[in-house]
Design a protein around this ligand. Sequence first.
Ligand code: NAP
Length: 360
Amino acid sequence: MVQKKVGVLGATGSVGQKFILLLSEHPDFELYKLGASSRSAGKKFADAVKWRQTATIPAKAQPLVVVECVASEFKDCDVVFSGLDSDVAGDVEKAFAEAGLVVISNAKNYRQDPQVPLVVPLVNTAHLDMVIERQAAATAAGKPKPGYIVCISNCSTAGLVVPLAALQASFGPLDSVFVTTMQAISGAGFSPGVAGFDILDNVIPYISGEEDKLETETQKILGSYQDGAFALQSDIRVSAQCNRVAVSDGHLACVSLKFVRQPAPSLDEVKACLAAFECEPQQLGCFSAPKHTMYVLEEPDRPQPRLDRSRDDGYAVSVGRVRPDNILDYKFVVLAHNTIIGAAGSGVLIAETLLAKGAL
Ligand code: NAP
């Protein structure tokens, strides 16, 4: 198969660097254009970037010259992944979509837009039908394919919704969810990021806007898509508390939940349901799909970020300590790699899903 040409916006940042690692040796995609701010534009990527990954800069990316984030520079790309800061993502991504480009965005700007799918590829790839149908309608009318934006969720929401979706698919709606996160510093980006002096020997019990994102994005992701519109699952009540901790990668969340259905399913049923859950990219045979969507760990002290974040290259979610809760029905701990399945990896898996469905 001919590789699709891809661009990365915000290529020098935390999410952008992960995109480059995931795309540089990808069988379906050719890393073609890299964009960043005017501070980086005009320089070779290797000279523009302050590389902070444990793997070295991929050879394919090193000589590419970074360009400004304008649509004309990316006009030959089949898909553009955006790791832009939300301050600039709004205008740039809109201009790209209006120019007919497909944009897969990490920024928060369009996540609640009723015309934009908000997708965690382990959960709700069915929401991509909105853009697939829009393209099919244009083709049927003899018009050029329109550009569009697909949003990736907030990084901590990406881990939370996977067990919630699995449980709801088997046992019906959830009534309420309490979630307390311990989030890695890479989730705050590189510039300015979290200062070492602030996070060493410390926990910061506040991440601006994060609790609201967990509470509202969950309702859109777990909602349905039908007849051209998204319906929120607004009856699920989510209460979130978010903390920044001194971990490099991997967001951990302690979750307690209550089912609408009473009596609730048994503990064995809950664990079996989580372990058996399969996402659509697995079924489609997508290149980056995890072997298991969720690993259910039985060791009493797992999952842990350093030990478990890279299961299936960071595309799988780990769940542990699944047990009854004294107030709600069950509680557990969930871990997701925030820059892979919580950011760049989700983008790549969304693109692979669009490709498998013939929409790229
Ligand atoms: P970051 O490390 O600060 O990187 C920001 C990128 O944006 C850099 O490449 C920077 O380029 C570029 N940029 C800044 N101003 C620009 C401008 N005016 N025009 C064009 N490019 C500009 O941020 P990040 O952590 O990767 O986050 C990127 C986005 O992803 C944010 O919206 C964030 O909320 C979201 N997100 C992050 C994570 C995560 O785990 N980190 C997870 C999910 C979502 P220069 O190097 O040239 O300045």
